[in-house]
Design a protein around this ligand. Structure first.
Ligand code: B12
Length: 304
């Protein structure tokens, strides 16, 4: 998608969790981002700025100093983030061993569907379901997001790649587990939101951990989601949100969550993940949580 969205400083605060003071001082002292200015001098930030500041916020929470991070670009920050979650860096490991990430984006650049499919098939054969998701699908999806921000991918290529990612995740078979304390989880995105890659990845990660998952997919009306909860009696409902800060999108998420909260049994936990949910402020009587990352989510669903 090539449309350039710009964000004000208060939208940046909502999206990244940084304060206005922090944003200004990181800009002036460390040149972390260089926001555009309107005629009246107001700072306007890009999607790439949002992603960069979000990553820096995560890493500073983990103990890194801003002086260690300020000279890194987005890919380097992402790399560091993966390493510090105790996983070996998927992009580096993959590039060295098989070059699969490069092959994907080289095939995509030539719109070579056959070779694109064969990289996916080879990686699927080579890797376990968990490694396929962690070391192949997630880096490919993240790299696609980065390319799209820099206009390095066109809309056809974006559709080709997302459809291949979805196809390979749908067909990933994971043995059902017999664990007694497993969750029953329902996954959906809100009405009007067709971005469900992050949600689908979250669902497959839950499969891998042995939970029982029902994937309702994207664009699920709130009434029907609530009805599905009453009929299926899950332990958890997982709502995926995408990268959007426009007031109406955030308001739609809030309305949606409030509606679902009022219409589903109190015993069901309501969990939210993805970029659009960050910084939302909501209080509920039930178990309610907004995840900052896939890693944090995975930490919550590990069955011991
Ligand atoms: C792929 C994509 C699409 C695909 C979606 C396919 C699909 N089934 O998901 C298609 C082509 C359909 C699409 C359509 C549109 N898109 Co689009 N799209 C993207 C793109 C390039 C990548 C998003 C993505 O899936 N990334 C991969 C995921 C895995 O990464 P992620 O979202 O960053 O999530 C990470 C974490 O947040 C977390 N996570 C994510 N979800 C969840 C869920 C849970 C439970 C958990 C625990 C964690 C988690 O894990 C991920 C990995 O770290 C982004 C660009 C971008 N940079 O984000 C634009 C983008 C999101 N799209 C955008 C737009 C505008 C649109 C359209 C309106 C365009 C149009 N005019 O038609 C339509 C909208 C359709 C709709 N009504 O929703 C804008 C949104 C702008 C905004 N700020 O509001 C973006 C940002 C592009 C841009 N810069 O303009 N899009």
């Amino acid at each position: 998608m090539t449309r350039q969205t710009l964000y004000t400083i208060s939208e940046m605060v909502d999206l990244t969790g940084a304060t206005e003071f922090l944003l200004r001082s990181w800009e002036l002292r460390y040149k972390v981002v260089r926001p555009k200015r309107t005629k009246t001098g107001r700072r306007m930030y890009t999607d790439a700025d949002v992603m960069k500041i979000s990553k820096i916020m995560q890493l500073t929470r983990q103990g890194f100093k801003i002086s260690q991070l300020s000279s890194l670009n987005l890919s380097e920050l992402q790399e560091l983030e993966v390493k510090t979650h105790g996983l070996k860096s998927p992009q580096v490991a993959m590039n060295k061993k098989t070059g699969a990430l490069q092959k994907v984006f080289q095939s995509l650049a030539k719109t070579d569907w056959e070779s694109l499919k064969s990289v996916f098939n080879e990686e699927r054969k080579r890797l376990s379901a968990a490694d396929f998701v962690h070391t192949f699908i997630v880096p490919v999806a993240q790299h696609m997001s980065l390319l799209s921000l820099n206009n390095g991918i066109d809309i056809i290529q974006e559709h080709l790649l997302t459809s291949l990612i979805k196809e390979s995740l749908y067909s990933l078979s994971v043995k059902p587990s017999r664990k007694k304390n497993k969750f029953k989880m329902i996954f959906a995105t809100i009405e009007g939101d067709h971005h469900d890659l992050g949600l689908l990845i979250a669902k497959v990660i839950a499969d891998v951990h042995g939970h029982e998952c029902v994937y309702l997919g994207s664009h699920v009306p709130k009434k029907e989601l609530s009805e599905a909860c009453v009929r299926l009696r899950p332990t958890h409902v997982i709502i995926g949100t995408s990268f959007g800060s426009q007031e109406f999108y955030r308001e739609s998420i809030l309305k949606y969550l409030n509606f679902v909260d009022r219409h589903i049994p109190a015993s069901i936990a309501l969990w939210v993940g993805g970029p659009g949910g960050q910084g939302l402020s909501l209080k509920m009587e039930r178990s309610f949580y907004i995840f900052k990352s896939l890693e944090e989510y995975e930490g919550h669903i590990c069955l011991r």
